[in-house]
Design a protein around this ligand. Structure first.
Ligand code: BMA
Length: 323
């Protein structure tokens, strides 16, 4: 082990000085917590589909909008997506959406976690305009969370990254589909790393981001400690032509709980990214994340810096983490 490989990473997401950008105090109706938002650019605005937890402990999703994605947020007076009583799997609420513009269908695709006594599953809703949503139901059996579609077909197939729990193990998996209904070619993509910062659970954060060097993956990694779980953020790069292959995975996390609003809240010690917006003119990538399961925050970096950082990461010393 060469020590200098393990110094602090020189890549940093810069926290926005105005964090948290959204919290329950600013909500137009009573809410306990507002966090883990899906993010998308639409009609010249940044839209955050925010998870809102009510005082029964059930969640629904509501849009907040801003021109620059940082300031002057307008929060919709009414929820955008409420749990639908016709879908049993949504009985205890819907959570943690990820949004992509699906090129092949020319529609938005929202993947969200539906929660009920049968455990969490990932559901899909499609939309032309982000006003009307067509529910497609649960995609795979429980327990499953942290899923996003790729924004386009790869090798003529839809692809999805998700996080089932199998035999108590929480690795990131990938699956393919011809029609968004039938899923196959299941395999583990990014496993947990016993002993490391991402040893207990890993899960996809925002949807995969296409770059000329490969698909950039921002994921959360969990370590259990005596005082609870720590949710930090890591990076990986998937092969552009075959995203089922990992090109790089950084050893070190690049972001984690540090500020008071990340260390104090309903679940302390959580930074949980769920959406990004990239400005191709400035190359700024804004990462939106839930802080301590209480508020919505943002941090930004240059997309090229993240890719350069990944390319400069040494291949892991542990076997099986990079294919
Ligand atoms: C995960 C999800 C997230 C939550 C995180 C930390 O399992 O349920 O919604 O932010 O735990 O509590």
């Amino acid at each position: 082990m060469i020590y200098h490989n393990h110094q602090r990473p020189n890549i940093t997401f810069e926290r926005y000085k105005g964090n948290p950008i959204l919290n329950p105090d600013r909500w137009p109706y009573p809410a306990n917590a507002t966090f883990n938002p899906g993010a998308i650019r639409h009609n010249g605005e940044t839209l955050l589909l925010v998870r809102v937890e009510d005082m029964r402990g059930f969640s629904h999703l509501t849009f907040a909008r801003s021109g620059d994605g940082k300031t002057n947020w307008l929060i919709d007076e009414q929820p955008t997506l409420l749990p639908d009583p016709n879908y049993n799997e949504e009985r205890w609420g819907i959570e943690d959406p990820r949004i992509v513009w699906l090129e092949d269908l020319q529609q938005y695709a929202v993947t969200y976690v539906s929660f009920s006594k049968d455990g969490p599953v990932v559901s899909l809703a499609l939309s032309d305009d982000l006003h009307h949503f067509e529910r497609r139901g649960a995609m795979l059996p429980p327990e499953d969370k942290d899923a996003s579609l790729f924004p386009r077909k790869v090798n003529d197939k839809y692809m999805m990254i998700h996080r089932p729990i199998i035999r108590g193990e929480a690795h990131i998996w990938v699956a393919c589909s011809p029609d968004l209904v039938h899923w196959g070619e299941h395999q583990i993509l990014l496993p947990v790393r016993p002993g490391w910062w991402d040893s207990t659970r890993v899960g996809l954060g925002p949807p995969p981001i296409e770059t000329s060097e490969g698909w950039l993956i921002i994921y959360h990694g969990v370590r259990m400690t005596v005082s609870g779980s720590l949710y930090r953020v890591g990076l990986a790069l998937l092969d552009l032509e075959d995203p089922r292959k990992i090109r790089k995975r950084c050893d070190q996390w690049v972001f984690g709980p540090h500020e008071d609003y990340e260390r104090v809240g309903d679940v302390p010690g959580v930074t949980f990214p769920t959406g990004t917006v990239h400005d191709p003119k400035t190359d700024e990538l804004i990462m939106y994340y839930g802080a301590a399961d209480s508020s919505v925050c943002l941090a930004s970096a240059k997309l090229q810096d993240l890719v350069d950082h990944l390319l400069s990461c040494n291949d892991s010393e542990e076997e099986g983490f990079c294919t």
